[in-house]
Ligand binder design. Structure first.
Ligand code: MN
Length: 370
């Protein structure tokens, strides 16, 4: 009898039908030829955003977080999932993008039923775009987190019927974080589907005093990493990963500061004022087992070395954060990072293929290009 995973895998493949029969095409890994030239490093990126016109209003809530110029140019790039995006990928040797709606999207919608309707619209749109370019695009589902059961249902539809890789969630929803009991129904389904959940930054509902009079700290420079890192730690310390041991949560931005602090988490947790919370294992055990990270918007050898050593080289994946990070900068970093060739292959594409169940062939038109 087929296992659940095999059933899901077949569903994924069926959804990708029309792409190619060569699902098991060999990876083109980084290597240096006898003439000293590096061959094409196959690259999969996972935090690459788009928008549909109906979501521009939601996206505008992030304008206080980013410069007006980035908001303007970013919006134009986000609205294109066609030739312009593909050209940018080709120019920078990006083979495959897993696309996601730019946050916070419907997570700031107060009307829960409208949130579901709009999620379905966005996910159906993305499924059609993937079908047009199955060798270039994958997808993360957009979910109506206002209703955990509706979110679980839409996740299942997207993974089983549309062949998506998993889902992206933009932080809290109406002030509620994913460790609350109400989300148990969601995590149960996540585990059953073996669907990775990308926990992407979003703003909290309040504006803490520590960011007062410092608009530059409100967003990617500071607040998003702390907000998202704390959200992930809520999952760890509330025992979500103990209850759902098969769940994988993905953090962008080189792990939102967590890899740097594993030792401190383990050392200070036992002496913290932790109320009734208990864990069978040290915090780092769950972080290393249940969290994977991407390199999005962090093109630093120092940070990557730390992440690889702290998290395990099987848990670190390349990403850019298109259109907010320049693909040229990210791609060059992946090709030239001071890591071993084995690590480069894993980070650039192999880990994503395995963790995101991307088992179809990819084509770029730049294969073999150095
Ligand atoms: Mn992003």
């Amino acid at each position: 009898m087929a296992t659940r995973r095999e059933v899901l895998k077949n569903a994924t493949l069926t959804a990708a039908a029309g792409a190619t029969a060569a699902f098991a095409a060999p990876l083109v890994s980084a290597s240096v030829s006898s003439t000293g030239q590096r061959t094409h490093v196959q690259k999969i990126t996972l935090e690459e955003h788009f928008l549909i016109p109906e979501f521009i209003g939601y996206f505008s809530t992030t304008y206080p977080n980013i410069s007006p110029q980035i908001a303007r140019t970013g919006l134009a790039a986000l609205l294109d999932v066609g030739d312009r995006r593909i050209a940018a990928m080709d120019e920078n040797s990006i083979d495959f993008q897993v696309l996601s709606i730019a946050g916070p999207s419907v997570q700031v919608e107060r009307d829960a039923s409208l949130a579901l309707t709009r999620c379905r619209m966005a996910n159906d749109f993305l499924a059609r775009e993937i079908q047009k370019r199955p060798r270039r695009y994958g997808g993360f589902a957009h979910l109506p987190m206002q209703s955990p059961s509706a979110a679980a249902g839409e996740l299942e539809r997207c993974v089983r019927d549309l062949g998506f890789q998993g889902a992206m969630i933009n932080g809290q929803t109406n002030g509620e974080y994913l460790d609350l009991d109400k989300y148990s129904v969601f995590w149960e389904r996540v585990q059953a589907l073996e669907a990775p959940i990308y926990l992407h930054p979003g703003n909290p509902v309040d504006h803490p005093a520590m960011f007062g009079d410092h608009p530059e700290l409100w967003g990617p420079v500071c607040s998003w990493a702390f907000e998202t890192g704390a959200h992930a730690l809520r999952l760890v310390f509330s025992g979500v990963f103990e209850r759902y041991s098969g769940v994988t949560v993905v953090l962008g931005h080189m792990g939102e500061t967590l890899p740097l602090n594993l030792w401190r988490f383990d050392s200070r947790w036992p002496i913290s004022h932790r109320g009734s919370m208990s864990l069978a294992q040290p915090p780092s055990f769950y972080i290393r087992r249940n969290i994977a990270i991407t390199t999005s918007e962090v093109c630093s050898d120092i940070s990557l070395r730390c992440a690889l050593d702290a998290m395990d080289s099987d848990k670190v994946m390349f990403s850019a954060d298109y259109p907010f990070e320049k693909l040229q900068v990210a791609s060059r970093f992946m090709e030239q990072a001071r890591i071993s060739e084995s690590e480069r292959s894993k980070v650039a594409s192999e880990n994503a293929r395995r963790l995101m169940r991307i088992d179809r062939a990819m084509g770029t038109g730049v294969m073999g290009k150095t």
